[in-house]
Design a protein around this ligand. Sequence first.
Ligand code: HEM
Length: 431
Amino acid sequence: MGTATIPSVDKLTFWQGLQVLGRLRKGLSGLPEALLLLHRRLGDVFEVRLGRFQLVIVAHPSLLRQALVDKREAFAWRVGDEPIVRLLRRGFLVMDGAEHAHLRAVQERSNRRRHLLPRLEDFHTLVDEVTRRWQPGYTLDMLVEMRKLALQAFEEVYFSHDIRPELPALWEPILAAIEYIGPGLWLLTGPAPPPPKVKALDAHFYRLIRERRQNPDPPDDLLTHLIQAYEDDELVRDQMLTMFIAGHDTSTAALAWSLHLLAEWPDHQATLQAEIRDTLGSQPPTPANLSTLPHLDAFVREVLRLYPPIHAGNRRVVAPVELGGYTLAPGKRVLLSYYLVHRHPAFWEEPDRFWPERWQKSGPSETFAYVPFSGGPRMCIGAPFAQIELRLVLARLLQRYRFRPAGRSPRPYMGATLEPRPGVPLFIEAI
Ligand code: HEM
């Protein structure tokens, strides 16, 4: 086992330290830039203090592979008493070992491509439904619009439920839940109980569970699979909330970043519009015809590289483990930084440049250099849905609208997801 000391901020020169502090002068919103700087100064494994936590940041593809595959038994996902664990309780995202494996197995079926494809055949109607209230010639915050869309899409596909009538009442509770699990004051003070508003979300899930248990002819979806597997409604609620948060906040961020980049790069927007027009004509995008849109595919890959909605995997070491020549003792907190690996100069040419064409040449030289959905046995269970959803939404929107910037560019904020803050105000034109 390696005995070297992990480099930390005290290895920085005075000027390097000042540069990092400069990035953090506005608080957590400077964190992405500060981490990039620390990575380039300190190397692929380094330590930082964030509130009460001393975190080891890991930022090399082969080390990610070790942590996610070969040495994964040494890492726990249930990190301890943190807001996400308090909120999701026994949700499988915060479980480990046999319990995790069992809970995940029940949910695999509803996440398979084979199961999803027929459900996504008419997905464009859902996009049209959300955009029906858009008024071309006006400005809208796409972070808000994409959240509405992602919520409706998630509930339709996984619970066969139309959330629209309840959305106004659930909006604040959803935002409160997301804010609660992101970094905040609790890093200094310790976690508070979940905000009382979240009870409205619980009531929503318990009602869906009750109705589904009484349904003599239930649809073949995640909710049915869950209630058939478990009699314990609380356990079902925990899985529903887990999938609901992980399944919409991520797509919201990815779509909002996509629209921001389209507006910032009108040439790319025009290229995608031409591809969609020339290939689909007036046909709506469907899962089957998406494979005919290579520019759109490259665009989505590049968005997820530069702005991976889940920018890091949060872990706790549970058995002594060697990583990159350093020994990590049980109890150590580790952040597997997908964000830093996606911008690693040894694996990406011009890593900070938005350059979708890079994907037409070749992918990364190392599989774990590109991990927007993580990797190994615990990679994102919703990736098959998300991959199709992002492309279908963007294709449909680009078929009907042009987007222009209408305010200051957002900055990446490392909250529950890598969110474009304060939002993505865009000016919309009908095509
Ligand atoms: C663009 C969209 C998405 C991205 C970028 C994304 C990314 C990720 C990543 C990186 C992880 C691993 C996290 C870690 O290492 O700690 C993950 C796990 C997970 N994702 Fe996603 N995700 C997306 C969409 C979805 C959707 C649509 C769902 C559900 C419908 C979902 C459900 C989950 C769950 C439940 C886990 C935990 C899996 C486990 O622990 O076994 N995600 N996701």
